[in-house]
Ligand binder design. Structure first.
Ligand code: 0X9
Ligand code: ZN
Length: 452
């Protein structure tokens, strides 16, 4: 007969054994490449640009020699038949992702370390709103497909009343895998509230403006990126062809589906624009939010590239207000540079990065004629880690972006009278003259352009 003590020991052994098998399984699951996809490696000297126009490739890493792309399995044979020299790296990639995901992450914060999940973001926003009730209000501006809340934190001297002050909006996480883009607007909100009573500049900004923080536009995607597949980009729409996801930054109505450059009608593409403009509840929430109030400026955080981009994105033509947009972007890049010496290039989204249509900034500028920017946060390229920032970098990335955010709020306050920017001829000229920043000169050497 087996004694009680022995039964206990056997049980313990079974539990330890099952954890031993279960844990790596979970990690693999959390980081594995999706079933219908392969990762292929392509020498950097190959002409990848042409290939990207022909196939829905999603670049995820560059190791200096090769760039690695996610691609649906169904295209592999076609690629091989075309004579292209590539290697299938899927097996090697899963453990790589596990390493990348876990290095620099501390376990106490769960799989996403110091980064905020949906629940953690909600908790932080609720905490801020309840700690500073005279300076903030938390609104639910819509729900995601999977019924998660989309939050907007209003920061203002009289948050309960609808004031006649300029509204400035900071958004994050249109794209699930860009975790750092949640942290920067969230930390901005926290900073403004925590420093209101001790910092006279913060006080005057919060007294004179309505600052809106919408740190998590794509909560379903973020959760999927944390729990299932780190490099997920889109929302979690179940498409008619069995694939998942609409790229929320292709789903806005301005020039939606203008052409197939950078946005795609194919549901399985990483840049699928959706069945119609605002087909997704997440973008619809942003539309309703903007339509029901007068706003003066908007800044949408993404990663990676270290860039400040302004409209247009859908065409290579300049926006009517390009001198002003360029001046504001240069001013912000200059302020960022002063903090850690990091260069953020500035430019028209279509020329500096790539052409796409249906993005947030084209819509915000095109519809409301307000300055609207995409800030591509660090790192600068796939070689530096792409979407996988270490949690240790969160604070320095926030701190370097802080003066630029404060500057934009200040600009909105000073220009509140002329809410339509096309009337601001004088201001344009004044700002144009002010562009003398170091950044512009230094940036001449950096070749523009990368893939999404
Ligand atoms: O592709 C995007 O939506 C943004 N880049 S990201 O790598 N974060 O996905 C850039 C959008 C800027 N707009 C245009 N380039 N048109
Ligand atoms: Zn993005």
């Amino acid at each position: 007969m087996v004694s009680r003590k022995e039964t206990g020991r056997i049980l313990k052994f079974i539990i330890v054994l099952s954890i031993f098998f279960w844990l790596p399984g979970m990690l693999f699951y959390a980081a594995a490449v999706p079933e219908d996809f392969e990762v292929i490696g392509l020498e950097n000297r190959e002409n990848q640009k042409i290939l990207l126009q022909l196939y829905p490739l999603d670049p995820i890493l560059n190791d200096g020699q090769k760039t690695y792309f996610l691609i649906e399995k169904k295209y592999i044979n076609e690629l091989r038949d075309s004579g292209l020299n590539f290697t299938v790296e899927t097996a090697r990639f899963a453990p790589f992702l596990i390493r990348q995901t876990l290095s620099g992450l501390k376990t106490q914060g769960g799989l996403n370390g110091a980064y905020h999940s949906y629940q953690e973001t909600a908790q932080e926003l609720k905490k801020l709103a309840s700690t500073y009730p005279s300076l903030s209000r938390l609104l639910i501006i819509g729900k995601s497909l999977e019924q998660r809340n989309i939050y907007a934190l209003k920061i203002s001297r009289n948050p309960g009343s609808d004031e006649e002050k300029p509204g400035v909006v900071f958004l994050g996480c249109h794209h699930a895998r860009e975790w750092i883009s949640v942290e920067v607007p969230l930390l901005l909100g926290k900073y403004l509230l925590e420093n209101y009573s001790s910092d006279s500049r913060v006080k005057s900004l919060v007294d004179s403006a309505m600052i809106w923080i919408i740190p998590l536009v794509n909560p379903d995607g973020l959760e999927y990126s944390i729990l299932n597949y780190r490099l997920w980009r889109k929302n979690r729409r179940y498409n008619p062809d069995g694939s998942y996801g609409v790229d929320l930054n292709r789903n806005y109505s301005y020039a939606w589906g203008y052409d197939d450059y950078g946005s795609s009608p194919t549901p399985s593409s990483a840049v699928f624009r959706g069945a119609a403009p605002f087909s997704e509840p997440e973008t619809e929430a942003i539309r309703n939010f903007f339509s029901s109030r007068r706003l003066s400026a908007a800044l949408s955080y993404h990663s990676y590239s270290q860039m400040i981009l302004y409209p247009w994105g859908y065409t290579d033509q300049p926006a009517e207000d390009e001198p002003l947009l360029a001046a504001l972007a240069s001013e912000m890049a200059g302020l960022i540079y002063q903090v850690n010496g990091r260069l953020y290039q500035t430019g028209r989204a279509s020329s500096l990065l790539y052409v796409t249509n249906g993005d947030f900034t084209d819509w915000a500028y095109g519809t409301f004629r307000i300055p609207a920017f995409t800030v591509e946060l660090p790192p600068v390229d796939l070689l530096e880690g792409g979407f996988l920032n270490s949690e240790d970098d969160i604070n320095s990335i926030f701190l370097e972006n802080l003066p630029a955010a404060l500057y934009l709020i200040e600009w909105a306050i000073n220009n509140h009278q002329n809410s339509s920017i096309s009337k601001e001829g004088k201001e344009k000229i004044r700002l144009e003259k002010k562009i003398k920043n170091v950044v512009k000169d230094k940036m001449g050497a950096i070749p523009p352009g990368r893939e999404f």
